[in-house]
Design a protein around this ligand. Structure first.
Ligand SMILES: [Zn+2]
Ligand SMILES: [Zn+2]
Length: 368
């Protein structure tokens, strides 16, 4: 079958639209006509070589659309179903079977490997094989091949451009607070970075009824949006020591921190702002793969601190994505305030606008 895909041809390249061939669904696979696909920083990390993928390759991991065909053994979805595509997992390792599939022991191979689990390549272009199966979908394409496990059926008529980003960025931010940290009602939280994940964490903190929700963000428009979404304070880090200012708001220190920046000095700067027994959740991926955070172990011991990594908000997508859809429909998750749509053909403009801070969550739309 033919598909028009946004190809990455070399490290740091722009996206180039090209026609490629895509296999029909093998056993356990789902072929999807993509209607919308969100742009997430992880796509650009792959472009820039921070996450090694083979070139040419197709990324995109927040796809939503309609099932065209299913392979043998697929029972969860059928042709015509509206679906959201999310991260892939094996379903058989110890973390998957314990309901923590975002930490699947085979996560790297299944989401960044570029090939099917059996090593075959479902995508090919004019010059030979094309790396695919990015997050088990490679959805920057008119047609994408996913797996039953990372395909979530959504019965609601929520627009595709709002459904798409639930598959990664929104579920990561909301889930970080509601699931990974499970912040208690009345607790206090600082969220560093007001991009789509940080602002989703704000929405998660509102859902959890946190008493103080403090956002730290450089861009004024994003600080304003954070307040509109329910943050109680929005700090510009250039206005003075962030930890001190957080202590002025919450003298005992905050119970939780969510970092979306991945910048070690920023994370270290937050440690003096936390309460005893606080939990610091790390979401941001550092641009330097050897990055480390300095941490006084005795202070950490005596104050009972926890520093934890968070992947995909500890989501179990079959349960959590429909739950997020329900929150949106009930007016509790105004994710439309984060989304701006671009035609698929304008993908490079979407990338530039996100880079320049003009758009929080670009979502590409495909003509039906
Ligand atoms: Zn697994
Ligand atoms: Zn993502």
């Amino acid at each position: 079958m033919k598909s028009t895909a946004a190809l990455l041809t070399a490290t740091g390249s722009e996206f180039t639209l090209a026609e490629i061939d895509i296999d029909g669904p093998a056993a356990g696979e789902v072929l999807v006509q993509i209607a919308a696909a969100g742009l997430c920083h992880t796509d650009l990390a792959a472009r820039d070589g921070v996450l090694p993928i083979a070139f040419p390759g197709v990324v995109g991991h927040e796809g939503a659309g309609t099932v065209i065909a299913v392979g043998d053994g697929v029972t969860k979805v059928a042709p015509g179903d509206r679906v959201s595509l999310t991260f892939n997992s094996c379903g058989t390792c110890a973390t998957c079977t314990s309901g923590r599939q975002s930490y699947c022991e085979n996560f790297l191979a299944l989401n960044y490997g570029g090939v099917r689990a059996d090593g075959s390549r479902p995508l090919s272009g004019a010059d030979g094989p094309v790396s695919g199966m990015f997050f088990g979908q490679s959805s920057f394409a008119t047609v994408a091949l996913a797996n039953e496990r990372n395909t979530v059926k959504v019965d609601s008529d929520i627009p595709f451009e709002l459904l798409a980003p639930l598959g990664c960025g929104i579920q990561t931010g909301v889930g970080a607070v509601t699931r990974s940290l499970a912040a208690e009602k009345g607790s206090t939280i600082a969220i560093v970075g007001g991009g789509s994940v940080g602002l989703s964490a704000v929405m998660g903190a509102v859902l959890q009824e946190c008493a103080e929700i403090i956002v730290v963000e450089l861009t004024q428009a994003r600080r304003e949006l954070a307040l509109e979404l329910g943050a109680t304070h929005a700090l510009d880090p250039r206005d003075g020591d962030v930890a001190e200012r957080i202590r002025q708001i919450v003298p005992g220190g905050v119970n939780y921190v969510v970092d979306t920046t991945g910048i070690p000095s920023v994370i270290e700067g937050l440690i003096p702002a936390v309460a005893v027994r606080a939990v610091i959740g790390l979401i941001g991926v550092p641009s330097d793969p050897t990055a480390a955070v300095g941490y006084n172990i005795i202070a950490g011991l005596t104050r009972g601190l926890t520093i934890t990594g968070i992947i995909e908000g500890d989501s179990v997508p079959d349960d959590f994505i429909p739950e997020l859809v329900e929150h949106y429909r009930a007016g509790r998750l105004p994710l439309d305030k984060l989304v701006k749509t671009y035609p698929f053909t304008a993908i490079n403009t979407a990338v530039a606008d996100q880079h320049d801070g003009l758009t929080v969550k670009p979502v590409l739309t495909f003509e039906g």
